[in-house]
Design a protein around this ligand. Structure first.
Ligand SMILES: Nc1nc2c(c(=O)[nH]1)N[C@H]1C(S)=C(S)[C@@H](COP(=O)(O)OP(=O)(O)OC[C@H]3O[C@@H](n4cnc5c(=O)[nH]c(N)nc54)[C@H](O)[C@@H]3O)O[C@H]1N2
Ligand SMILES: Nc1nc2c(c(=O)[nH]1)N[C@H]1C(S)=C(S)[C@@H](COP(=O)(O)OP(=O)(O)OC[C@H]3O[C@@H](n4cnc5c(=O)[nH]c(N)nc54)[C@H](O)[C@@H]3O)O[C@H]1N2
Ligand SMILES: [Mo]
Length: 761
């Protein structure tokens, strides 16, 4: 009853463009989710898997990092969660026969969709120098080869250890420990391309780089929820349930976005009768259709207006909070006073009334939560923008009390936990001290390479081994052509993966694929069933237990792969008990409990239903562990992105049928796109000015000081995005993102702020 993988590659032949939808989920969501599961996994494997997603006795959904409610619904169902489970529990397989039939040179020409749809990797594979095929290899031979290369590097900093945010806490802890025992902090991760800007801004201003709200703050307490630069209908569908709950008790919601995303308009909750057969719940009360990158100016204008309103009435700002808990207010206020409104209009593309209408919402709200995602973090001024949002929250004391706070909504299901476990190229000194005290070796202190700098190091010939614990480095990173060349120049690339992807098709001189268990699968080590732990977007840590039969008997767990490799590199008498780690995850947790603050009594606390919440001083007690012990107002310089005539700002976004570089299908239902991905969304008025018709086929040409980059053959879709702005799908358009075009401070690729022109093909 399952469907075979696609035989031919997709060429957008069946592309159909219809009108965008105005509501999200409902019955179509359930149907699409279930269909994905049945097509890939069948009834016997797929349905039991679905039943256990996000249940206390089951596994953490491998989709997004939105928290689970205290009492999960019997089917804590979301379409995209179902698709993520289907991708992993698929019955399709990529084994030695597949690699014998498909040379690497052919794989490199395939689309991300085709590659991902082939199925689960089953067997360790080696691509040797100058070979055009991967060939099967034993685990021992593969791990010995990697260990040999790592041991003979001239410098441990010539090794790079990438992580994607699916890795469990235990796997992440072992992996960073191995890198540091080897002698490097080169631990780039997907976070460098994701919420790094949030972490940078929040640590500097509030002292903790994580969100300061709990789920109940949103569902039960907030009066106003501002959703900025985020498309939850597609990327965090379960967040809509929380927004609906908030809405039904009277909270107001403001969406700030260049695109009118369906999920932010109306939600038809598939969990309720009303949502399936009724009209659903209207979510956003106000939609601020901002120009790309305009949020810094918008919040500066709002902050100026709040201070001005306070000057009139004296009761707008939280003066007690500002006096007791913050620093830098006067300087920030002076900067707001000098704000140039022409700049605000140019940057936001909004009439002044939009600012005033938002200020009215703010004045009517006692408690405010601001949620955001990639629409803020992937811009040149991302860190400044998020600092300005912290200013906004601080003005009315919206931090550290119920119903108020900052909510960066994380992407990968355990990306936040991985950071907590030390996956970070810039580890805090205290963390390294704790490792030293616990294990008795001196970890390296010099900062390591982040994602962008790792690519530069490859280009400079300074990477001997590139290892990836999950993810799809080649497709997720910017400047695809340059990055492909960089990866191909590395002497050894190693990928611990569940599924085939572009990174395998762009191997180093030698390349190894190590197939691993996924989150849905039973993990038996040392004769006992093991579980792992994860942390969600709201700092809740809980257990995750796989239940399905592994996709192949040859699969190993990430923890056992990393520990086995570490033992081979560092020797059996190394102070870290690698062998024990491989067979007993509780032993890993014992060490974590002593190294990472907030994890005492880990083993007992984590098996409680719902897990436990990590401490967060600003949230819990209005204690701000910053440089001066206060929450810090900041002064952020406004710069307006000036577009040369005939140019647009392009953002690269996710369709409804993908999880990052994993393309589930070719539809983007809510935006009216079927059977194709090479589309570029442009405002109809801009098209008129440019003299380009809806439906025309164009090359999207990126302009950057080092030259042009080109994405060919895109169909123009007239779409109600903000003026001067365009959108196209990631990862196909990563070819347009220059490696050097990154956010200040966080070094995150500015993949939502690319200057382009459209040229008729
Ligand atoms: N199904 C599914 N779920 C996912 C993922 C997935 O690919 N598929 N990916 C996961 C990951 S790793 C992440 S990080 C998250 C990503 O979640 P999102 O951040 O929601 O993902 P994007 O598609 O990048 O959407 C960015 C949104 O911000 C808006 N935006 C862009 N620029 C600006 C701006 O300058 N200002 C404002 N105000 N808005 C702007 C865009 O119009 C769009 O609505 O989702 C996670 N969940
Ligand atoms: N232009 C542009 N670029 C972007 C973005 C954007 O919005 N625009 N978004 C950025 C963001 S927010 C992110 S987070 C990154 C994502 O970057 P990555 O995290 O590197 O990419 P993914 O597509 O999530 O990785 C998918 C692969 O992970 C492997 N995998 C899946 N599950 C497991 C598992 O359990 N274990 C192991 N070992 N492997 C597994 C599979 O082989 C799969 O092919 O991309 C970034 N790049
Ligand atoms: Mo992400």
């Amino acid at each position: 009853m399952t469907k075979p993988p696609p035989r031919y590659d997709d060429h957008d032949d069946g592309l159909h463009v219809g009108p965008p939808e105005r509501s999200a989920a409902g019955l179509p969501g359930v149907v699409h989710g279930l269909k994905a599961v049945l097509d890939q996994s069948g009834l016997r494997r797929g349905l039991p898997a679905l039943r256990l997603v996000n249940q206390h006795a089951g596994f953490d959904c491998p989709g997004c990092a939105w928290p689970e409610p205290d009492k999960p619904h019997l089917a804590e169902f979301c379409e995209n969660g179902a698709k993520a489970v289907a991708e992993e529990s698929t019955v399709r397989r990529v084994g030695p026969d597949f690699f014998a039939a498909h040379p690497i040179s052919e794989l490199a020409t395939r689309s991300d969709h085709w590659l991902g749809q082939q199925g689960r990797l089953t067997t360790p594979m080696l691509r040797d120098i100058d070979d055009d095929h991967y060939r099967p290899v034993t685990w021992d031979a593969a791990l010995d080869l990697v260990a040999g290369e790592l041991r003979t590097l001239d410098d441990p900093d010539h090794a790079v250890f990438y992580t994607s945010g699916r890795a469990s806490n235990e796997a992440a802890f072992c992996y960073q420990l191995f890198a540091r025992a080897l002698g490097t902090n080169n631990l780039p991760d997907c976070s460098n391309m994701c919420h790094e800007s949030s972490g940078s801004a929040l640590s500097e201003t509030l002292g903790v780089g994580k969100g300061s709200v709990s789920l109940a703050d949103i569902t039960d307490h907030a009066d106003l929820i501002v959703v900025v630069g985020q498309n939850p209908g597609t990327n965090h569908p379960r967040m809509l349930t929380a927004l609906e709950q908030a809405k039904r008790r009277g909270a107001r919601i403001v969406a700030i976005n260049p695109l009118p995303e369906a999920g932010l308009q109306t939600f038809r909750n598939p969990q309720t009768v009303r949502g399936v057969v009724g009209r659903g719940t209207l979510l956003s009360d106000v939609f601020v259709q901002i120009r790309l990158g305009g949020d810094l100016a918008f919040f500066q204008a709002v902050n100026q207006q709040l201070v001005a309103a306070d000057a009139r009435s004296g009761d707008v700002l939280d003066h007690d909070f500002i006096a007791a808990h913050t620093s830098g207010f006067d300087r920030a206020a002076a900067a707001w006073e000098a704000l140039n409104w022409d700049d605000v209009r140019a940057a936001t593309g909004l009439p002044d009334e939009a600012v005033h209408a938002f200020v009215d919402e703010v004045l009517a709200a006692e408690r405010i939560v601001v949620c955001w995602a990639m629409g803020l973090t992937q811009h040149p001024k991302a860190v400044a923008t998020i600092r300005e949002i912290v200013n906004f929250l601080l003005l009315r004391g919206n931090v550290g009390r119920p119903g108020a706070g900052a909510c960066p909504v994380r992407g990968h299901s355990n990306v936040q936990g991985d950071r907590t476990m030390g996956i970070w190229e810039k580890p805090p000194e205290g963390f390294l001290d704790a490792l030293h005290a616990e294990f008795g070796f001196a970890p390296p202190r010099a900062h390591g390479l982040d994602t962008v700098d790792s690519i530069r190091a490859m280009q400079a010939g300074k990477v001997g081994v590139f290892m990836a614990l999950g993810g799809n480095f080649a497709a997720a990173t910017p400047d695809s052509d340059a990055t492909a060349q960089a990866l191909r120049s590395v002497p050894l690339t190693v990928h611990v993966s569940t599924k085939l992807n572009r990174s395998h098709a762009l191997p180093g001189h030698r390349s190894i694929i190590l197939p691993c268990l996924g989150r849905t699968e039973r993990d038996v080590q040392g004769g006992r069933e093991q579980f792992v732990t994860v942390e969600d977007s709201m700092s809740v840590v809980h257990a995750s237990r796989g239940t399905l039969r592994p996709a192949s008997p040859e699969l190993r767990s990430e923890i056992s792969i990393v520990s086995d490799l570490a033992r081979r590199v560092l020797g059996a008498d190394h102070p870290v008990p690698w062998q024990r780690f491989a067979t007993d995850y509780a032993a890993v947790r014992q060490h974590i409990a002593r190294v990472v603050p907030g994890f005492d009594d880990y083993e007992a606390k984590v098996v409680r239903p719902g897990g436990f919440v990590l401490p967060h001083p600003p949230r819990d007690a209005r204690v701000f562990p910053t440089a001066d012990g206060k929450a810090r107002f900041s002064v952020n310089e406004l710069s307006v992105l000036q577009l040369p005539p005939g140019r647009l700002i392009l953002q690269t976004i996710r369709s409804h049928d993908q999880f990052n570089t994993t393309i589930y299908g070719l539809d983007d239902r809510y935006r009216g796109i079927q059977q194709g991905r090479k589309v570029v969304f442009v405002n109809p008025d801009d098209l008129r000015e440019l003299g380009i018709d809806d439906g025309a086929v164009v090359d999207v040409v990126g302009e950057w000081h080092d030259g042009e980059r080109r994405a060919e053959g895109y169909r123009v879709v007239a779409y109600p995005t903000a003026r001067g702005c365009a959108a196209a799908y990631y990862p196909e358009t990563n070819v347009l993102v220059p490696l050097d075009h990154t956010a200040e401070i966080s070094n995150t690729p500015a993949s939502k702020s690319i200057i382009v022109r459209l040229e008729r093909s």
